[in-house]
Structures are given as C-alpha cells and as structure tokens.
Design a protein around this ligand. Structure first.
Ligand SMILES: NC(=O)c1ccc[n+]([C@@H]2O[C@H](COP(=O)([O-])OP(=O)(O)OC[C@H]3O[C@@H](n4cnc5c(N)ncnc54)[C@H](O)[C@@H]3O)[C@@H](O)[C@H]2O)c1
Length: 383
C-alpha cells in the first residue's frame, strides 16, 4: 500500500531506541509496515540487542542512543526508554533532523514535555507520542458509538486501571522518582486519562483534585513476578495508588483510579464506565484480554436496552506507528503533529501530583504555568 515513502522515492529509514516490551512493539511495526525499513536499534542489554538484531537482520546495533542518532542517515526514530531519557533523546534526535515517536508518558513533567514540543517546532519535524490504548478495537468501538450519538453527550465517567500486584519491578527505574517521574498515575493512568478525554471529545481540563498513596511498594509488597527490568537498586519512591477528580470545560467530570498494587481481585483490570444524556457505556478489560466486554445502555427508565458490542482486537502499536508514518509522509502538515496533545496530558498529571502534595484542588489555566511564566502552558495553583 503505502505512500509513506513516496516523497523520498525510497523507504523511510527507522531506528528504535530501547529493547524492552515497548521498543519491541515499535520494531515489529516498522518491520511489518510498507514504505519503511528498520535499519538500527539501540539498547544497553548485550544479549537482547544481538538477538533482536538477528531477528530483524540488522547490522547497526548500538549500546547508547547517541550513537544511533549520530548515524546521520535515519529519517525517524522511536524512543522507548526509561521516562527520564525521553526529553533528552527526543530533543537530540529532533535537532539532528529526525522525526520522533516517543513512548508514553511524553516526559516526567510538563516543563520537560514543553522542551520537546519546542524542539519539534524549531526543527520543523514531527513529534508524536504512543497512545496505543485508544487504538484498541474495543476503545475504537466505544468512540464510534459515542460519535454516532448512541449515548448522547457524555457528562460523567469513572475510568480505571487497577492491579493487585503489578509494580513493574521493585528496585527498577519504574519505582525511582527521578527516573520515572511518578508511579501508576504517570505510567498506566496516562493511558486512562488519554482514552477518557478522547471519549469526551478533548475538552480542556479546568481543575484536578487528587490523592496518592504509597502503602505497599514501600514495604516490598505488590511487585509483579512477570516483569523483568534492570535493577537499579532503587527504593520505592512513588505512589502505588492514585485517585483523581477532573472538572472539564463544559461541565463534564471524570474520576480516574489507578494502582500498581492494592488488595483487590488478582490480576490487571482497566476500563471505563461512562454516563451520557441518552445512554451509557461500560468497558472492562481483564488481564489484557485482546478484546474487552463492552456494553452500551440505552432506552428510557424501565425500558432499558443493553447492547453487547463485540469488537475486533484492534491494532495498538501497529496503528500508532502507521499513523506516525502517514504524518511523516505529509510535510505540509508537520507542524500540526508536535506532541501538544501529550503535553496536555502531562499538564493534567503535573496538576494531579501537585494537588495530592498540597491537599487541595489545582486549577489549570491555558494562560500561565506553575511559575506563572509562559503563556500556553499549565497553571497549577491551589484553590
Ligand atoms: N505504550 C505502552 O503500552 C507501553 C508499555 C510498556 C512501556 N511503555 C513505555 O516505554 C518506555 C520503556 O518501557 P519498557 O517497559 O520497555 O522499559 P524497559 O526497562 O524494559 O526497557 C528500557 C530500555 O531502554 C534502554 N536504555 C536505557 N538507557 C539507554 C541509553 N542511554 N541508550 C539506549 N538505550 C537505553 C534499556 O537498555 C532498555 O532496553 C517507558 O517510557 C514506558 O512508559 C509503554
């Protein structure tokens, strides 16, 4: 099919930085999609780097991201490394003239994310962030139902991602505040925030009230047994549960609850319960089922009608990478794809952590940021 490579008359040349689960999703997508060639990877683990190099027939294998960016002939790069490295790598790659697809969360803070968006504008290149959950089939089906008017105007939602014992790995970068920027809220809550706001049609978040708790991880409980991550001997420095109330422009509201660890049914569960003026919806995905249970509620009072929707699994990262390539192949619109949606998510997460810290609601203003400094960035002021 694709027209991705047409402007250049040759396939786009892609690199992937990061060899973990996330990086491997990007590698598989570049390998599968037409109009693009995976030519280089970078990551610190010698064994996996060699194995992945062999799997994809690559000779350009680097330990450090700087050597991959310095290759000079790449068109684009995926960044799938610990969160503290997202901004330096994205800015370095953009300044080297590459288009960048970063993993979520965009960065540890909105201020850091802003440096990435600014770099994309200066370089005149595409910056995108992987929100692969909104490309699941069940989430796309619910969005289609909302857009088709089946539930009317959504006015309230309760959205979750909860785990019983799913701290990505005790002692790894995920549990280190400096490296990760936070716990389950910034890690999995950012997906929930993304799909919830997507369902509401991207209203501006006006205010956030949040609480965070760290009760289990700091006592060595709740670590995932299935997650293998490099041990950096970190103490448990982040929350293991967060709960948020968002007030939206136009009067809507969203409650988000997210945990890596909590005494609740075993396993992993995410989803959303959504109430609209003409109907409602409930989506549950248990233990990463490719397709969750989606029900749409319509009708009036006693004469309610429940519709069970069977959705395809969807394409997740494959769809994210494909859309990124479509944007890269459209130079006239590069400035529209600058990471600002992900930056908005980062502002909400900043405000949530600030709210939890000060114990009060934090209002977000489009006019000033936390220091009251720059127009167009987040304001976090206790209310
Ligand atoms: N979208 C999703 O569903 C999803 C799922 C998992 C992780 N993620 C995100 O992907 C990112 C990586 O997560 P992960 O679980 O794959 O982590 P991971 O710890 O398994 O892998 C991180 C990789 O980064 C590499 N790295 C670290 N420093 C480097 C450097 N200086 N140069 C080159 N490579 C370096 C490591 O060697 C490793 O290969 C995180 O931002 C995470 O939030 C997204």
């Amino acid at each position: 099919m694709s027209t991705h490579s047409e402007p250049l008359g040759r396939p786009l040349r892609a690199g992937v930085i990061g060899l973990g689960w996330a990086g491997q999703q990007h590698m598989a997508a570049y390998d599968a999609l037409p109009g693009v060639e995976l030519v280089a990877i970078a990551g610190m683990e010698d064994g996996p780097r060699a194995e992945l190099g062999e799997q994809y027939g690559l000779t350009r294998l680097h330990r450090d991201w700087k050597d991959l960016v310095a290759e000079g002939d790449l068109d684009l790069v995926s960044v799938a490394v610990p969160t503290f490295l997202h901004a330096p790598i994205a800015v370095g790659a953009l300044e080297a003239g590459l288009h960048v697809l970063s993993e979520k969360p965009i960065a540890r803070t909105a201020a850091e994310a802003q440096t990435m968006v600014d770099a994309a504008h200066r370089a005149g290149r595409v910056l995108e962030v992987a929100f692969n959950h909104r490309r699941r089939g069940d989430i796309e089906a619910l969005k289609a139902a909302i857009d088709g008017g089946q539930i009317g105007r959504p006015y309230h939602a309760r959205a979750i991602w909860l785990r019983r014992a799913g701290i990505p790995a005790l002692g790894s970068w995920f549990t280190n505040r400096e490296m990760a920027g936070g716990g389950p809220l910034i890690d999995i809550g950012v997906h929930v925030l993304d799909y919830a706001l997507h369902f509401f049609g991207e209203p501006r978040v006006q205010a956030v009230s949040a609480v965070t708790h760290a009760e289990l991880g700091n006592r060595g409980r709740g670590g995932s047994t299935g997650s293998v991550k490099q041990n950096v001997d970190s103490a448990y420095e982040v929350e293991d549960l967060a709960s948020l109330l968002l007030r939206l422009e136009g009067g809507g509201s969203i409650v988000i609850e997210t945990s890596w660890a909590a005494y609740r049914p075993a396993g992993d569960e995410f989803g959303i319960t959504l109430y609209g003026t003409e109907g409602g919806a409930d989506l549950r995905v248990v233990d990463y089922a490719p397709s969750g249970e989606l029900t749409i509620f319509t009708g009036e009072g006693e004469e309610s009608q429940d519709i069970t929707v069977t959705a395809d699994p969807g394409r997740g990262h494959l769809a994210v990478v494909e859309t990124f390539l479509e944007h890269v192949a459209d130079p006239a619109n590069w400035s529209n794809w600058d990471g600002s949606l992900a930056l908005d998510r980062a502002r909400v997460i900043d405000a949530a952590y600030e709210s939890a810290r000060i114990g009060a609601e934090v209002r977000l203003s489009p006019a000033t940021n936390a220091d009251g400094a720059t127009a167009g960035t987040a304001a976090t002021e206790g209310a």
